[in-house]
Design a protein around this ligand. Sequence first.
Ligand SMILES: O=C(O)CCC(=O)C(=O)O
Length: 254
Amino acid sequence: MFSDLQKQQLVKQFREDGFVVMKGFLNDAELSEVREHLDKLISEKVPSMPPEKAFYEDHKDKTSLKQIQALYDDDALFHSMMFESKFEELASILLEDAVIGKNMQYFNKPPKIGKPTPPHQDGYYFMLEPNEAVTMWLGLENVDEENGCVRYIKGSNNKGMRQHTRTQTLGFSQGISDFGTDDDKANEVWFETNAGDLLVHHSMTIHRADGNNSQDRSRKALGFIYYAEKAKEDASAKKEYQEKLAKEIREKVK
Ligand SMILES: O=C(O)CCC(=O)C(=O)O
């Protein structure tokens, strides 16, 4: 899919900035198929999913769906997008290693009530040594400042892990405690994306997103997470953290 020169340029940009932007990664036909499968999943399977797998902005309002985890478990198309796919190939190019697919998520921010995504580094959740992983964000519709575009702190991938504390945002339980330094402000960038555009960031890159302040536009996206094969997971710490979080979520929706 990429020439050796393109690969070198992508890796250089990814290492320097902490992210790359791939315009038109999916074409219209591919996007239509994704939307069709998502609609089917949402109407047929999501209603019976446990609360730690499908999250709502307001759990009493089933139109306020905001996240679904591990999409590949429930649909063959999503499985084929996650594994042995062009997404996996790109992750492997950027991380210069074989990769392991870890999660594929659906993200929506419903109009008016879609909340901001707190500033965070995904690597804080991943608990890896070395912290070598990528997250991909695929827009399923056009996204801009009004409906909650993703924002990156350019170069933050090379400046270490920041301190995180608990947030009250379902699905993004950790946020950077002292976010908003002069360096953060000077280096923040954001992109207007069209449906089918792909943003890819390193697990150490600080990012956040606004809430959806529009009156009637949703903000649907898919997220893909791949770990480099050389990255070793602190499996017991992670299991403990996920169990604690799942318990908190179940208690919250009671
Ligand atoms: O969709 C969003 O608001 C942000 C997604 C994100 O932060 C992530 O995938 O790590």
